[in-house]
Every structure is written in C-alpha cells, then in structure tokens.
Design a protein around this ligand. Structure first.
Ligand code: ACO
Length: 320
C-alpha cells in the first residue's frame, strides 16, 4: 500500500490548562510539568461526524481522487456518540458515496486504531479486495471523561484525521500486538439494565478509569522494544528513520522513548502540547501536519508506534 492523501480537522474551541483549573483542582504548572499538555481542542458547536467527514474530504482532495473512487471506508474510533450506525457509514453518507460497492467498517483498537486500520488496508489491497481505501481516525475523547475528575480530564482532546491509501510498495514493516490486560484503561458506555437484570451492583456507567503509572511504564517499555525490533527486522538502523510518529499521550512518555532510542529530538514531531491525547487520531494528525508543512516529504522513511487500552501496540515502518 501507499498513502496518497492526508487530511485533518479539529474543533474550534481551544481550552487551556488555566481554564480547566477554574473548576478542577489542578494547575497549569502541574499539567504542563507532568504531561507537556498546554491546550486541547474540544467539541462544542460542531457535530463530531462533520469533523470526521471534513478530515476525510481533505484527505480525498489531497489524493487527487474523487469520493466515488473510494471503494472501502474504515474508521478508527473509540469514543463516539453513535454506537450504531458505525461512523464510517455516516462518513460515507456525508461524502455522498452511494455504494453499494463501498463497504464500511469501524475499528476499535484504542489509541492504536489508526495503525491497526492501516495494516488492514494493506491486507485488503494486497488481496485485491479494494483499490482505494479511506481510513479515518476520529475521536471525541472528552466525552468519556468525568469532568469532575482531574486525573483524566486534563489529558484528552478531540480531533479527526484521515488518509487515502492505494496499491503501492511503501510498507516496509508492520507488527500488531495485544496482551490481555483489560483493566489498565477502562471506559464503559452507559447502559439501561433490562427488567430481568438480577446482578447486584451492575455498573451502568463508568467514566474513564486508568492506572496512569502502569500505562506510563507499559508505554515506554513496549514502544522502545517494538521500535528496536521493527528496525532490526526490517534490516534498518534507527538512523535510517527520518520521522518517528509516536502516539501522543504524554510528552514525558515520548521523551523517555526517544532517550532510550538515543535519537535526536528533531525526528520526533509532537502535537500533544496543543491537542492533548486524541487517541487514535494523534498519529494521522501528526502525519497531516508534517505533510502540509513540508517537513514530511515523498521518499522519507517514517515509523509509526502506538500503544493503548487492551493492552495493544502497533508499529509500522513505511516510505511516504
Ligand atoms: N492536577 C493536579 N494534581 C494531580 C492531577 C491533576 N490533574 N492528577 C493527579 N494529581 C495528583 C495526584 O493526586 C497525586 O497527588 P498525591 O501525591 O498527593 O497523591 C500527584 O498528583 C501525583 O499523581 P500521579 O498519578 O503519581 O502523577 P504522575 O506523575 O504519574 O502523572 C499521569 C499522572 C499524567 C496520568 C501519568 O501517570 C501518565 O501520563 N500516565 C499515562 C497516561 C496515559 O498515557 N494514558 C493513556 C490514555 S489512553 C491511551 O492513550 C492509550
């Protein structure tokens, strides 16, 4: 596969740490020092599905294709108002792609969903099941936070980013992993109990719960290991990688990974300072920014590395 277009869209409202400290027992000093996050974009007047569609439309424009050339849509998505229909079906409708020959599906692999989705794109293209795939990663993480809980609320932001992929030979390496650790990051959708429900103490709502320190340790260890293995297996060295696009959860996590790998800061673009943790949208947001600002150029070698609830990881090396 190869990526032929990128796009992104962010909500208008920018919320600073000081704005959060007006109603949470937190401070700009604490959030900046512990996470590197200064601001995040939060959905207010926009509709989330419009934001996802905007990112998708921009990626299609950048690819030089038109919406009807798309014959598969995958949307990575953890947090989304709609449980059904799936967001990729809504995006298809918004883009005016009539079908029926454009299947749509959503992927939920937490913050790694974009890398999981891209791996799936490669499989679909390789087996000839699709020719031009739209992959969107769209998240409204701020909706699953408990807004009285300073532990989680300060970390997240909303955003959407997309790529169009087609047949090509850009992919050098891809590895997805999953280790069963279902309780490190948990969010449960609110559900109405049925009249037959007999269990005591059923959780009808559980805002995001996270074992922050454990996630921090897992993230640094797994990403450092996955990245070293990726370059070794691909017969490359770390110096051959032009851009390390890491999931943006906490600047300190990414700095620890970079220090383990002994690579220069300039190869690790970041957006967590401005956008907070946008879950699976964070890597394609970095990619789109890099491409549009001319920092990521055709022929550059990129490495994507993400970790997330599950506990899942994904690592990919590809030429842009
Ligand atoms: N403002 C002020 N104080 C706070 C806040 C806050 N927002 N949150 C916690 N504190 C306090 C704690 O209560 C604690 O106080 P105490 O010492 O009196 O008990 C103190 O700050 C230290 O808390 P820790 O949790 O130990 O702080 P830590 O340095 O571990 O930072 C953090 C917490 C930022 C959550 C960090 O552990 C982290 O980033 N972990 C990874 C989170 C992550 O990546 N999550 C992924 C989400 S989903 C995904 O992307 C895969």
């Amino acid at each position: 596969m190869k990526i032929i277009g990128t796009g992104s869209a962010l909500p208008k409202k920018i919320v600073t740490n000081d704005m959060l400290s007006e109603f949470l027992d937190t401070s700009d000093e604490w959030v900046t020092a512990r996470t590197g996050i200064n601001t995040r974009h939060i959905i207010t007047t926009e509709r989330f599905e419009d934001l996802a569609t905007e990112a998708a439309g921009r990626a299609i424009d950048a690819s030089g294709l038109c919406p009807d050339d798309i014959d598969f849509i995958i949307c990575s998505n953890v947090s989304n108002l709609y449980v059904t229909p799936h967001l990729s079906a809504i995006i298809q409708a918004n883009l005016g792609i009539k079908g029926p020959n454009c299947p749509t599906m959503d992927v939920n692999s937490a913050c790694v969903g974009f890398v999981y989705g891209l791996d799936l794109c490669d499989a679909l293209l390789t087996t000839g099941r699709a020719r031009n795939i739209l992959l969107v990663a769209a998240e409204e993480c701020t909706r699953f936070c408990d807004w009285n809980d300073r532990n989680c609320t300060v970390l997240f932001g909303d955003g959407a980013a997309a790529v169009v992929v087609t047949k090509g030979d850009s992919l050098i390496y891809s590895k997805l992993t999953s280790v069963p650790m279902p309780d490190v990051i948990v969010y449960k959708n609110p559900m109405e109990p049925t009249p037959y429900e007999t269990r005591e103490g059923i959780d009808t709502r559980m805002p995001l719960q996270m074992k922050g320190r454990e996630v921090f340790r897992m993230a640094v260890t797994s990403a450092s290991r996955d990245i070293s293995k990726a370059v070794d297996t691909a017969g490359l060295s770390l110096d051959d990688i032009d851009h390390f696009l890491l999931h943006q959860a906490n600047l300190r996590i990414n700095e620890a990974i970079r220090e383990n790998l002994k690579q220069p800061d300039s190869k690790f673009p970041t957006n967590v300072q401005r956008f907070g943790n946008t879950s699976s949208a964070s890597i394609p947001l970095l990619l789109d920014e890099g491409v549009r600002e001319g920092r990521i150029r055709r022929g550059d070698t990129m490495l994507f590395s993400a970790f997330g609830a599950g506990f899942v990881t994904g690592t990919m090396i590809l030429k842009y």
